[in-house]
Design a protein around this ligand. Sequence first.
Ligand SMILES: [Zn+2]
Ligand SMILES: [Zn+2]
Length: 542
Amino acid sequence: MKKYLRLLAAIFALACAFASPLAQAQTGPKVLVLYDAPSGTEFEKLGFAYAIMLRNLLGHFDAAADLVPVQQYTAGRINNYDATFYLGAYYDNQVPAAFLSDAATTAKKLVWFKYNIWQLAWNSAYNFQATRGFGFWGLRGLNGAPSSTNPAPGFFDSVSYKGKTFVKYYDYTNGAVNADPDIGVTGVTDAAKAQAVVMVNNPKSGESAPYIMRSGNFWYVADMPFSFIGPRDRYLVFSDILHDMLGIPHAESHKALIRLEDVGALVSVEAMKKLTDYLHNKRVPFSIATIPYYVDALGVYNGGVPQQVPLSQATNLKKALNYAVARGAEIVMHGYTHQYGNMRNPHTGVSGDDYEFWNIVANQPVAEDSVSWVSQRLSAGLNDLRSNGYNPMAWEAPHYHQSATASRTAATMFTTTYQRCVYFTADKPNFSGIGKDFGVGQIYAYPIAKDYYGQRIIPEALGNIEYDIRTIDPTSYYNYTWQDIVTNANYMLAVRDGYASFFFHPFWLEPELGVPGFEDFKKAIEGITQLGYSWVAPSTVR
Ligand SMILES: [Zn+2]
Ligand SMILES: [Zn+2]
């Protein structure tokens, strides 16, 4: 059975290069993003990774952002920008006095995240409470030490927003905590000046605290909303409130997108026809993530004999695409071969199964990684599609995971991409030791005009339906239901212009798998429709 690696785990945790070379005039705000870069530590570049993630969200607002270590801040610089964000990512990193004194008095938009606010709020020279109307009381983390008998002692993990509860991720396995439980606790001291805009609750202790505090143009976010993110996460709350922080009030708009995934030469024409007819009859526009060139490098599904099927010979694929395109489907180019070389990377070496633009086995760029190698592959895929009559409207990286070079190159060859993305703190990252690099995965609630690599991004954040079929395929070992997708869409309603965007593998309709793929697909589509979303074609996303 042709298998695939589920991408969508609920968690995208912790994580390049240089700003895009595109010379388009920016119309949005000019933004300064300051971050901690504590030299000589393991986390020197983590703040930079968060800065990249914030910079990407600012791309929704067409902002021009400068990313600068807070240590390099010089007095008065805040005045050159429409808004400044300081990401306090590293506990007790020494913030320069030049920034503290500007932060104390500025009337400009300033957003402070998490740590080190005490250097401002507890230094009487800055007169913080009198100026801003709220105080900083201290940090809180886990309610107690976790143990085998009490693995989850609790913390301020539940953010209340627009009638929904967004829960921060927590995991405790083999004595190790995987979570980011710390928050900075503040309180209003002058209600004429400050308001708690969003609250965070600690369900185990019954306490609550401000999650986002606002005093005019000064904002304090108690948390780092880029760590351990997922589709029901407080990251969505921040994604929405960012409109208010920047003073750019986008209109309420709830649109939905559906993409059929990993469609290559071995696709079932019958499954594709069934899905196409259903969507067409429901007047639901859709797209097809198409793999132009099928490769089974090791013959894993072909009795040990390597197999290649170019698009010109992929009769079933062309039949399925032609039927769908005639009914309004749009084509997304999803890799060239969606596998890499003659190796298992990591599964089979077969198109649709493996990574193409990242060596996941060694967790590093592939040996050939370069602009010329990537552009040759993308050109080959584009040529194959176009010479067979298909005009792809977007790029989507295989497994949403490609090198910095591949992302930057894709941005020069496609006007848009349709994906999640991984960002690296160096083009050739080194993931170990002091000053190590980070790679961070990011999902988006809304379109990004230009990300850190210069890509325009159409979002996909809800995930995909999965079934536990481990007896047939040991790599498919968990369920992600249509209800999960609809629940994620319901959370997405909290973002004023958030997209309910998900994808689906047509192979779940194949009878030998014995799963209700088609029925569940229809329930997901209908559930999202009932939430009030309107379905759109990806080419219409602005
Ligand atoms: Zn918006
Ligand atoms: Zn794929």
